[in-house]
Design a protein around this ligand. Structure first.
Ligand SMILES: Cc1cc2nc3c(=O)[nH]c(=O)nc-3n(C[C@H](O)[C@H](O)[C@H](O)COP(=O)(O)OP(=O)(O)OC[C@H]3O[C@@H](n4cnc5c(N)ncnc54)[C@H](O)[C@@H]3O)c2cc1C
Length: 309
């Protein structure tokens, strides 16, 4: 057994290199999160095929090595001391999109939502416009049941191809995915999404593209996109808006170190000056404490957290 965080496991590295040509060591996670925060991951791989994903998974199981699936890192806070284990980033290597009969679209998990939304719009299909401005991969979006402006993944997905912890690959129907507000069976069972299929209605290409442009404009007006963040920091509490509660608690612009409650949209915690994961945690706790004290509402973080803080 190696000493945690000090030296890397050379045998494990050799095994990784047998599976993938894209192995990195001590990779700074701040390079892979939209928060621009996060220390080094011991091992980091970008698989090029589903089979590679499967082999990596089986290797980690065999070696009892912790692993974590990363998409675009847009809903993720990684600790300042990094992650002890393997990060498997599923991105552009697995991003093929296929169009078939009856307006069915099947996409691999690493495709960016913005690109997928435009490809779907080019066909004149309607139903995915809501996703055009969400800065993540399809895999992250299915896992989180991402949504915006009244739409969510749940509304248009037909099925998803997944892999379980034992390496079995199978397809889950929309019902089996158990999609709820920012949750799914993927999170509950630690599955990995490999691909997903959707079905849309036919519309006019220009109308669909215009809607995407309009929603993106609304985002630019409302959201602090000029600062690194992980989007809405808290889930929407039943019957309230997190941003309004935080604003009403007098926390607009509240700052700890380089981390701040956005002045533009209080639902966003932004990294204004080389902030740390520890500062994000401290700020989240303070916001939770003050909002609970004043309104009796518990704010639950939407952003996922991994690693050593
Ligand atoms: C400026 C900004 C605006 C945002 N606006 C929205 C919004 O309007 N609506 C919204 O819902 N979200 C929003 N988000 C949050 C984020 O973009 C979404 O949650 C997105 O779907 C996450 O995708 P990702 O690829 O970045 O996932 P990551 O952040 O990389 O991962 C998120 C979670 O999904 C898991 N995961 C990722 N890929 C897979 C896979 N293939 N299989 C299994 N698990 C996987 C990860 O392990 C992790 O638990 C916003 C974020 C930012 C920075």
């Amino acid at each position: 057994m190696r000493k945690k965080g000090l030296t890397l496991n050379q045998e494990f590295i050799l095994e990784l290199k047998k599976i993938s040509n894209n192995v990195k060591l001590k990779e700074e996670m701040k390079l892979h999160t939209t928060f621009r925060i996060g220390g080094p991951a011991d091992y980091f791989v970008e698989p090029e095929s589903k089979e590679e994903v499967r082999e990596l998974l089986l290797l980690c199981r065999r070696e009892k090595m912790p692993y974590y699936i990363l998409g675009n890192g847009s809903n993720l806070l990684v600790g300042d001391k990094g992650f002890r284990g393997l990060i498997i980033q599923i991105g552009k290597n697995l991003s093929q999109v296929t169009f078939s009969e009856n307006r069915v679209v099947t996409a691999e998990t690493g495709v960016m939502l913005s690109k997928l939304a435009i490809q779907i719009a080019e066909k004149g299909y309607t139903g995915f416009e809501f996703a055009g401005g969400i800065p993540g991969t399809l895999g992250g979006a299915v896992t989180m049941n991402a949504g915006a402006y009244g739409g969510e993944i749940k509304d248009c997905i037909v099925s998803a191809e997944v892999i379980d912890e034992e390496g079995n690959i199978f397809v889950l129907s929309k019902e089996e995915l158990n999609l709820g507000y920012r949750t799914s069976i993927i999170q509950q069972k630690s599955y990995i999404v490999l691909a997903a299929s959707f079905q849309f209605e036919q519309s006019e290409k220009k109308a669909v593209l215009d809607t995407i442009a309009d929603l993106n404009q609304r985002r630019r007006e409302k959201q602090p996109l000029n600062y690194p963040s992980a989007g809405s920091t808290f889930k929407r509490p039943e019957g309230y808006f997190a941003g309004k509660l935080i604003m009403d608690a007098g926390l607009r612009g509240y700052r700890i170190g380089g981390i701040m409650v956005s002045e533009k949209h209080c639902g966003f915690v932004v990294n204004v000056d080389n902030g740390t994961a520890k500062e994000v945690l401290m700020l989240i706790e303070e916001v939770q404490r003050r909002v609970f004290e004043q309104f009796g509402v518990h704010l639950e973080p939407e952003v996922r957290m991994i690693g050593e803080f």
